[in-house]
Design a protein around this ligand. Structure first.
Ligand code: NAG
Ligand code: NAG
Ligand code: NAG
Ligand code: NAG
Length: 251
């Protein structure tokens, strides 16, 4: 049997544990914006030479709509850099397919800037994000659909050829669409888009952490690199040698 001394020690210890955990919850809960993604790291003292340090990934968020030409271009030719390089190691990419759509009437009907086809594809892409939560997976799929958009292939079920081409089962996406889960997802994206502060003025609208890039969104790589507090930075953050032939001009 435990002696009274040991017993009270145990009680004291458990009280301490409870208190430590509740105060740390309070610290996190108070004054922090609702999204856990917008939390900032406490800055480490930066004077001493540091060994490799891990840091929080940089949030890169794209607010877009599926049939907007600049959005499609940016996804296909811009954001693909995240995955073609080692930038993905420091980036938390989020896609929010809603853009300039709005909600109308008693049934919360969603009306899209480029019409019903866009609403349909917004839903398909929302379902893809939900079905394949890993960004590398759903980005491949969305990249393929947006490339179809650029190519002017817009028949309704063309997205299924992306599933086939990429070897990704279309069933979870189709089920999400058919079950009405798509509407819930879109309404969440609608709410998130409506709560942007500052508000979005156009699409594509790109945020690095909580900072909108406005018209310089295509230049997101150095901005992401600057926002990353860890070291070393990825290769993609190193400046290119100045004198190489620029055969790979971006359009
Ligand atoms: C709203 O939904 C109901 C039930 O599905 C339907 O009868 C009605 O026509 C819809 N109203 C509008 C404005 O779409
Ligand atoms: C876009 O699609 C076209 C036609 O299918 C293909 O030739 C091209 O390589 C694709 N572009 C990218 C960046 O994947
Ligand atoms: C809408 O978004 C705001 C801000 O992101 C969030 O605080 C709120 O919980 C959301 N509401 C719903 C119904 O999702
Ligand atoms: C640069 O391009 C020119 C012409 O396009 C070519 O003659 C030259 O060899 C290239 N230089 C290098 C270093 O690749």
């Amino acid at each position: 049997m435990a002696s009274p001394k040991l017993f009270s020690l145990l009680i004291l210890t458990s009280l301490l544990i409870v208190c430590v955990s509740c105060s740390s919850f309070e610290d996190q809960g108070s004054k922090v914006p609702p999204s856990p993604k917008s939390r900032k790291l406490i800055e480490a003292p930066s004077a001493m030479p540091t060994p490799p340090t891990k840091a929080k990934k940089v949030d890169l968020t794209l607010y877009y709509e599926t049939l907007c030409p600049f959005c499609a271009q940016f996804i296909v030719n811009g954001l693909s850099k995240v995955f073609n390089t080692d930038l993905i190691n420091i980036v938390n990419l989020r896609l929010v397919p809603y853009g300039n759509a709005h909600i109308q009437g008693p049934n919360s009907t969603i009306v899209c800037q480029h019409g019903p086809d866009e609403c349909y594809l917004n839903s398909i892409e929302a379902c893809a994000i939900n079905s394949y939560p890993d960004a590398t997976q759903h980005f491949k799929f969305i990249h393929c659909i947006e490339n179809q958009t650029i190519q002017g292939k817009q028949s309704k079920d063309e997205w299924k050829s992306c599933s086939q081409q990429l070897g990704m089962d279309p069933k979870p996406v189709q089920d999400c669409y058919d079950s009405g889960l798509e509407k819930k997802l879109i309404l969440q994206y609608a709410n998130e888009t409506a709560h942007l502060d500052p508000v979005h003025n156009y699409v594509p609208w790109v945020l690095v952490n909580t900072r909108p890039l406005y018209e310089s969104y295509q230049n997101f790589v150095p901005i992401v690199c600057a926002a990353y507090e860890g070291s070393p930075k990825p290769e993609a953050c190193k400046p290119l040698p100045p004198n190489i032939n620029s055969t790979a001009k971006t359009s």
